[in-house]
Structure formats: C-alpha cells, structure tokens
Design a protein around this ligand. Structure first.
Ligand code: HEC
Length: 189
C-alpha cells in the first residue's frame, strides 16, 4: 500500500520537478557516450509508468554491473552491485517511437558510495541528450521511489519475495531471458 501511494504521488511531480529545479546542470561527463554494447535488462517498456511519464523506455547495464553479488541474508536474496556499475534507462520521445528513433534523455544510476552526492550508494543522474548536459539529483526524489524496488512491486517480476535488489526494479540476471520484458512486436532499437 505504502509503495503505491508513494509511486502515485511522486508520479505527478517527477519530471516537472526535475526540470524546474534550480540544481545546476553541468556539461556531460559522468555517463559514457557509447553504451551500445551493454546488456539490456529491460526492453519494450511501452506502457506508461508514474515517474517516467508516457515514454518508451529501455534499460542497459555496463559489464561491471554484471559482477553483481547475490548473497543470502536473513533468508532473503540480497543484491549488491559493485562500485563502477552504471545502469542507463533510455527515454524515447513518445510511447510508440518509430524504428530508428533516438532517445531524448537518459536517467542513470551510477554506483559510487563514497561520492558525497550519492544516495543509498548510487549517484542519480538525468542526462539531456539534446543539450548534452547532466544533472545529479541528490535530493530524495529518485532514490525515494526506487526504494520500492526492494519490496514487492508491480513491475517486471514484481519482486514477490521482497528481496533487497539494490534499488533496481529490473535486476541484472545471468540468464538474461528470465528478465526481459515480453515484447508485443518485433521492433528493434
Ligand atoms: C515514481 C517512481 C520513480 C521515480 C521518482 C524515479 N523512478 Fe526510475 N524507475 C521507476 C520504475 C517503475 C522503473 C522500472 C523501469 C520502467 O518501467 O521504466 C525505473 C527504472 C529506472 C532505471 C533502470 C534501473 C531499474 O530500476 O531497473 C533507472 C536507471 C532509473 N529508473 C533512474 C531514475 C532516476 C535517475 C530518477 C530520478 C531523476 C528516477 N529513476 C526516478 C520508478 C521511478
């Protein structure tokens, strides 16, 4: 219950809040320009979600993140991504972009616990691909909602056992097919 309320409330304010905030945008330097060879952890996210508005989305993880450790803690799986993990979520201009369309922005999680701007071990970044600027969101907003990923929720497999997934809704799995969102068509991006 708590999570649903949280997601709905945050939804209304997400990107308006990010874009209206007075936090500084800086020249892009944190998010690698070429991530084309990374592993896709969620594809064909073509349903609207609160918080990321009505945009087609795709999620990729860098090779470092694939060294994730999963241990049992108090009977539950506990995920820990190593420092240097980068997870990129591409945001496309519409919910049903034509083949070949490029994303307009990226929302990114970078594991860097010692960084003073990190929250819960991650730096939370929004990259504007047109302006080539990045903004670190170091107030509650992003990580607050992503806390829901560590409890049962309504996305992907839903995390029914409430595993600690290190704030990722779509955790990296060695068997990638187990994690891919079912595709309703054959578009490729
Ligand atoms: C209201 C809830 C909410 C807020 C706020 C939110 N997200 Fe997300 N985020 C999600 C959901 C749900 C997903 C699952 C993928 C999807 O359906 O798009 C997700 C996925 C992601 C992913 C892919 C990794 C994963 O969890 O599988 C990244 C990276 C990400 N978000 C970054 C951010 C950043 C950066 C911010 C802040 C600017 C942010 N998110 C704010 C709900 C939220």
């Amino acid at each position: 219950m708590k999570k649903n309320i949280l997601i709905v409330i945050s939804a209304a304010v997400l990107f308006s809040m990010v874009s209206c905030s007075h936090k500084k945008e800086t020249a892009a330097s944190l998010v690698p320009e070429d991530y084309s060879g990374w592993t896709i952890t969620a594809d064909n996210l073509n349903y609207p979600i609160p918080g990321h508005e009505n945009h087609f989305r795709r999620v990729l993880i860098n090779p470092k993140g694939q060294e994730v450790s999963v241990i049992k803690k108090e009977g539950k799986d506990y995920y820990a991504y190593p420092k240097g993990t980068i997870v990129i979520k591409e945001i496309y201009p519409t919910l049903n972009p034509k083949e070949g369309t490029k994303p307009v922005s990226l929302t990114v999680m970078i594991k860097d616990p010692e960084n003073p701007q990190s929250r819960d071990g991650w730096i939370w970044v929004v990259k504007d691909l047109k302006k080539n600027t990045e903004k670190i969101i170091d107030y509650e907003f992003c990580y607050d909602c992503h806390t829901n990923a560590n409890e049962p929720h309504q996305y992907g497999d839903g995390n029914p056992d409430g595993e600690f997934r290190d704030y990722l809704f779509f955790p990296y799995r060695k068997t990638a097919s187990g994690n891919r969102q079912q595709s309703s068509d054959n578009r490729s991006y």
